[in-house]
Design a protein around this ligand. Structure first.
Ligand code: SF4
Length: 468
């Protein structure tokens, strides 16, 4: 009889969860890759708690992957299976960085990218010699296995995500990509990506790369080749991706991205404050200049592509005026949609280490408190405002930019600016989805604060007691 591998994407249970935003519910691509690497005499099931509830079922081996905010839930699930005598293992960015924490809750931890160690892990399991740690390398992305997407549930809005590159040399202070995927930008061969895209029947694609354009002239040429190839092969996709701010600097990039069906790009503008960009080490944004942000949005619109901007608040250079300034900029710049996050010190980042050294973290009852590290909660003491003011400030921007009537107006404007229906639909649902969930979460928190004085106890007071 075949052995059974259960691959789980755990999601922290909360009254209102940021992963409730439908457009953010992407299938767990890493698990589909793991499935593809597993020998054919294993039966495999993928369960994503974003999409369906987990029912504890029989398995020989259970694999979990988790971002930091879902780590506590991953440990909880692992305990349920271990009680039944089933071996568990965990990989992904959180376990890779905090492997000493993770190993207390699972039988084995995969540190780093799993491709290079998965075969030996399965062999060790089959011969009853599972090790506590497996250290994956940053291998070449040539001849990558084809992700087994047929294992995904049918309930995703965007079912098909594709990765074309990994790694980032920029090492921004708040980001853990360089630690996890390495400082080298590794690219899949263009023809292999095109073959994979050709094998996907669905029209909508999300490229999960941190920056599909890459870094430097050579990487940019490779992106152009990819876009040209999509057009030449007549793939007829409509797609979105994360890109760097340089996306707008080269008309060739814009022209071929448009021809290839690009409908929206997600750009980390991060801040309107150049001192903040300097502190973050966001070099390319500094080079592009904040004063040009508006022009960048316009240039991208000229090629029929919507712009979703990411902004972070609570930085040491942020004062309370950053909230109204950003709201005005979002409306004035004609940006189509935005993701506003509270600066979150993820483990493994220079930001986490710095704030810990400065005794400014106040959600430190780990692993329980990892659930607060979801980019909507203040988990540290900002310099020029209180944690409550930080939450209120971000909620205020959402209120000014994403209420239904405003989102509808913005969608109409997106249609005029891009003349692209897909771009308009993506922007509208991003605004309404992300904005309304963040607002709901904020109102829920406000209500809890007013109803139960104990809940209003300021955890940041605890920060003063923490000695690092
Ligand atoms: S935020 Fe973007 S540019 Fe900065 S390190 Fe992360 S992936 Fe690289």
């Amino acid at each position: 009889m075949n052995r059974k591998l259960l691959l789980i994407n755990p999601v922290e249970k909360a009254d209102i969860n940021i992963s409730d935003v439908p457009v953010l519910r992407l299938p767990p691509l890493s698990l589909a890759y793991i499935a593809a690497l597993t020998p054919s005499d294993w039966d495999i099931k993928v369960v994503d708690e974003n999409i369906e509830p987990l029912s504890i079922e029989d398995a020989d081996l259970v694999g979990l992957t988790a971002m930091t905010s879902n780590a506590r839930r991953a440990y909880e699930i692992a305990a349920l299976y271990r009680e039944k005598g089933i071996k568990t293992l965990m990989g992904g960015i959180h376990a890779s960085i905090l492997y000493d924490e993770a190993i207390q809750f699972v039988d084995s931890v995969v540190i780093g990218e799993a491709e290079s160690v998965w075969h030996s892990l399965i062999h060790d399991f089959e011969t009853n010699r599972l090790k506590r740690f497996y250290i994956g390398e940053h291998t070449s992305l040539e001849n990558l296995v084809r992700a087994r997407r047929h294992l995904y549930s049918d309930k995703y809005k965007i079912k098909n995500s594709v990765q074309t590159a990994r790694g980032c040399p920029m090492d921004c202070e708040f980001c853990s990509v360089t630690t996890f995927n390495g400082g080298k930008y590794r690219q899949r061969p263009v023809e292999e990506v095109l073959d994979e895209l050709e094998s996907i029947s669905s029209r909508l694609i999300y490229f999960v790369d941190d920056n599909i354009l890459g870094y430097g002239e050579k990487a940019e040429q490779r992106a152009i080749q990819l876009f040209k190839g999509m057009k030449e092969r007549g793939l007829n996709k409509r797609w979105a991706s994360q890109v760097g701010i340089d996306f707008a600097s080269n008309p060739e990039v814009l022209k071929y991205a448009q021809k290839a069906g690009c409908s929206a790009v997600f750009i980390g503008f991060e801040s309107l404050n150049e001192d903040v960009l300097q502190d973050m080490h966001k070099i390319r944004n500094l080079k592009a200049r904040v004063s040009n942000y508006k022009e960048i949005v316009k240039r991208i619109h000229d090629y029929g592509i919507a712009v979703i901007g990411a902004f972070t608040f609570g930085n040491d250079g942020d004062r309370k005026d950053i909230f109204p300034r950003t709201a005005e900029f979002l409306l004035d710049s004609k940006m189509d949609a935005q993701q506003l996050t509270i600066l979150t010190p993820l483990p493994g980042t220079r930001l986490y280490n710095r704030l810990a050294q400065e005794s400014r973290l106040f959600r430190t009852n780990y692993p329980d408190d990892w659930k607060y590290y979801d980019f909507t909660e203040a988990v540290f003491k900002p310099k020029h405002m209180s944690p409550d003011e930080l939450k209120e400030g971000v909620a205020e921007i959402y209120k000014r930019t994403t209420l239904r009537a405003i989102s509808l107006k913005r969608a109409y404007r997106s249609l005029l600016n891009t003349k692209n229906l897909y771009a308009t639909i993506i922007s509208y649902f991003f605004n309404r989805g992300y904005g309304s969930i963040c607002m709901k979460k904020y109102e829920h928190w406000k209500k809890a604060m007013s109803q139960t004085p104990m809940a209003a106890e300021k955890p940041e007071k605890e920060a003063e007691k923490i000695v690092v």
